[in-house]
Each structure stands twice: as C-alpha cells, then as structure tokens.
Write a protein that binds this ligand. Structure first.
Ligand SMILES: [Zn+2]
Length: 315
C-alpha cells in the first residue's frame, strides 16, 4: 500500500489561510519588545534595595540586548542583500523559534506496517507554525554555489545521502556540514539506492546500517533520520533501520524541481510542517542548476507565507 502515493484528505480545505505577513510581524514585534526591555530596564533598579552586583549586572545585560538587536538587524539586512544577489523574488522569511518540546510524531495513516514500536513514517511534522522543511536527496550533483547560496540566505536543510553517488567526493558534503554548522544535517539514504522491498531483511540491513557506518566515519555523526529510496519500504526496512539507530523516517509532502512543483496532497498546496523533497541534480538531469531549483522553491515557499525551519529541531 505504501508503494502508492496517496492523496488522502488529511488536510481539510480552508484550514490553512495564508498569513503572509506573520513572519515579518513577529520579527518586528521581537525587535520592539527587545528595544522596550532595553530602554525600560533601568527603571525598577531605582527603588530596589540596590545590592552591589545589581547595578554592575544591569549594564552588560542591556549591552548584550543591544548587541542582539543589532545582530538581528544586520542578519536581516544581509539576507535582503543575499536574496537580491541570488535572484529571489523576496528574502526568505525568518523561522520562528522551534518548540521547546519536540512534537510527538506518529506514522501517517495509510503508511503503517504490521510491526510495532518502529520508527514513524511521515510526510508532515505536526505543528501549527507556518514552517516547512527542505530536504535534498542522493548527492550526485556537487555544485559549490549551492553551499554559498544556502549559507548567505541562511536557509537550513537536511541532506539524505546515498553512498554510490557521494563516495567520489565526501569532501563536498563535509564542506556542506561545515558551511552552516547550525543549519545543515546529513542523513541516511542507503548505500546503493536499491528498491528495498525487493530485498531480504539482511540485505536491507546492509544497505541501511552500512550507510549509518559510512556517515559516522566520514562526517563524524550517526544520523537519526533515514529516507528509503523512492519512498518505498516494508516492515523489514523499518526493523533494519531501528536496529542501527534510526529514530524516524521522513518522507515528503511536496517535491521541488527547477521548473515546477509536484504535490502529494489533493489541494496542491503547502501546509504547516510539510516536508519538501528535492534532489542534488544539475543541467544534465533537469532544466536548471541547483541555485535555479532553490530560487524556484524558495519563491514558492516565501510567497505562500512560509519560513524554512530546521527539521532536526522538530524531529
Ligand atoms: Zn533517492
């Protein structure tokens, strides 16, 4: 059943009114409250018993706040410039702070297997925030401009790597991980990109757990996330993945190309928490470069009022 891309009706029509200005409004509110706290901070001190350290602590705190406001302003200005440089219609929206507690993620209806206690398979993260998540698969195209573009625009993303296309240049993905310490994560997309349901449990375990080992060896971290090639899996897939440390199996709600989008849901739209899939490809495979593809998908995401958040902050 999971071989079929289901267009079920989990998203009720009308439940996602566009609120394009929300991100900007929140950002302005944050700045305003920071400024208020800054200027008003000294007042209560006058009537206080004035223990010696209080006055001493006040100044650095206010200074730090000013520095924070300045830093946010500078980052925003840099993002506006970067959006112009890379040809985006609008600067990407700032993602809101992630939830203090990660949402509980369960397997999407219709995507279950008979097994219990297995990593959840899902296409959308449960959240009310107007955020989506960008994921990039395989790893064939290694365009250095992608790293610069994402860093300058400060867009977080998760790369799902398959060893057979990555192993000729692990260095590119090591640079990717370093390029945005807080914004890029590398995850598991198997060793050879096989159709997993056709393989035995042992073969699947080698494909999945072998890639866990490669990522740990090459990039220093054992990834918690795994995506099966083509989105195809069975119970053995999830059992094998669990056996070598996989916590969750994110699929996708929409797929981005340099010249169009493909949608899983019947309403052909984005929803809060949707996972967006795209691939490391170049002009040999599709109608554009990696920057062309990012420009296109960011224009769609931003025009619909969404910010790109970091998947690992929610899953
Ligand atoms: Zn793939």
């Amino acid at each position: 059943m999971q071989l079929v891309r289901q267009k079920d009706q989990m998203m009720a029509k009308g439940a996602h009114r566009p609120r394009r200005t929300l991100g900007a409004a929140l950002a302005v509110a944050a700045l305003a409250s920071a400024a208020t706290a800054c200027s008003g901070g000294a007042a209560p001190e006058r009537g206080a018993p004035a223990p010696a350290p209080a006055a001493g602590q006040q100044a650095p705190a206010a200074g730090a706040l000013t520095a924070y406001v300045e830093r946010v302003r500078a980052q925003r200005a840099a993002r506006v410039l970067a959006a112009k440089k890379w040809g985006l219609a609008q600067p990407p929206l700032e993602a809101p702070a992630p939830p203090a507690v990660k949402p509980k993620i369960t397997t999407r209806k219709g995507f279950e297997t008979d097994g219990e206690g297995l990593p959840p398979v899902f296409t959308t993260v449960p959240t009310k925030q107007k955020v989506v998540f960008l994921t990039i698969d395989d790893g064939a195209e290694k365009d250095p401009r992608l790293l610069t573009m994402m860093k300058e625009l400060r867009i977080p993303y998760s790369a799902f790597l398959s060893d057979y296309v990555v192993k000729d240049d692990y260095g590119y993905f090591a640079r990717m991980q370093k390029s945005q310490e807080a914004g890029v994560s590398l995850h598991n997309h198997t060793l050879h990109h096989r159709y997993l349901p056709a393989l035995s449990y042992g073969e699947q375990k080698r494909e999945i757990c072998g890639m866990q080992d490669v990522i740990q060896k090459q990039f220093g971290k054992r990834p918690p996330l795994f995506r099966p090639p083509y989105g195809n899996y069975n119970e053995d897939t999830l059992r094998a993945a669990r056996s070598c440390g996989v916590k969750a199996v994110p699929l996708w709600a929409a797929e981005a190309f340099p010249d169009h989008m493909e949608w899983r849901e019947w309403d052909r739209d984005l929803h809060p928490g949707d996972i967006v899939l795209t691939h490391f490809r170049g002009k040999e495979d599709w109608k554009g470069t990696m920057p062309d593809m990012i420009r296109r998908v960011m224009n769609v995401i931003t025009s619909k009022g969404y910010a790109v958040a970091k998947l690992e902050d929610y899953v």
